[in-house]
Ligand binder design. Structure first.
Ligand code: PEP
Length: 258
């Protein structure tokens, strides 16, 4: 037993209207409680759009739901003339436990690089929010056999200048771009290979206790029917789930993989 609490994270992306978001959170909580979900077996976190966070906070507060929540992005700056951005302290006021940083869609559509990811992760840490940092190669990089080197470089870039304590508390998600939203899940062996390399990179840079503490997730077309195989791998501590996190029964089953 690794001693690491599995983490099942649902990234809603830019989906659902506000009423649907409320309904999804409530139904998810009911379903988990109905199925006697044990929070000692997996931690469940949802990542709604910014505009739903205040309401999700109220629901979670009011109902003692066994759910955590976070934001899908944050600004690398403290405050100021950054129209449209949302700061770490704003998210902290909404009691976000987590924030996704460097999702491949942000890297692709918003030009985020490892320097941006590092700056955002530091902002989150400063505000007491756990960064969930995404890394992963595209199909071309994998076909060329450079996926490990690519991911290791992304991890080192993201963690630049962080203390061992900071690194031990964060979460890294390995999300091969070719597996995201494609239905083409990585094989458990392929996912394990990269997650193991991520942990080895942490060990090199920050020592074994930190490497043993950090949670490494897999993401990319995770569904109820493939989660068990993925979770059987020793270096995979949870999943980042996109499409399937919008379907209550599916995501509840993923959370109840154990
Ligand atoms: C994601 O966007 O983080 C993701 C893994 O998406 P999907 O589960 O839909 O492949």
């Amino acid at each position: 037993d690794s001693g690491r609490l599995p983490l099942m994270a649902g990234n809603w992306k830019m989906n659902l209207n506000h009423v649907e978001a409320v309904g999804l959170v409530q139904k998810l909580a009911w379903t988990l409680s109905d199925k006697k979900h044990d929070p000692q077996q997996s931690e469940v976190v949802v990542f709604p759009p910014f505009t739903d966070l205040r309401t999700v906070q109220t629901l979670v507060d009011g109902d003692r739901l066994k759910l955590a929540y976070g934001a899908q992005d944050l600004s690398p700056h403290d405050n100021g003339a950054f129209t449209g951005d949302v700061s770490a302290s704003m998210l902290a006021k909404l009691a976000c436990s987590y924030v996704i940083i460097g999702h491949s869609e942000r890297r692709q559509h918003h030009g985020e690089d490892d320097t941006t990811v590092n700056a955002k992760a530091r902002q989150a840490l400063k505000a007491g929010i756990t960064p969930l940092i995404c890394v992963g190669e595209d199909r071309f990089t994998r076909e060329e056999g450079r996926h490990i080197a690519h991911v290791v470089e992304q991890v080192n870039g993201a963690l630049q200048g962080m203390t061992a304590d900071e690194v031990g508390g964060l979460v890294i998600a390995y999300e091969p771009i070719w597996a995201i939203g494609t239905g083409q899940v990585a094989t458990p062996d392929d996912a394990q290979e990269v997650c193991e390399a991520i942990r080895a990179t942490i060990k090199d840079g920050h020592g074994e206790p930190v490497a043993n503490a950090i949670r490494v997730l897999y993401g990319g077309s995770v569904k109820a029917n493939n989660v068990a195989q993925i979770m059987a791998e020793p270096d995979i501590d949870g999943c980042l789930v996109g499409g399937a996190s919008l379907v209550v029964e599916e995501f509840a089953a993923i959370a109840r993989f154990y």
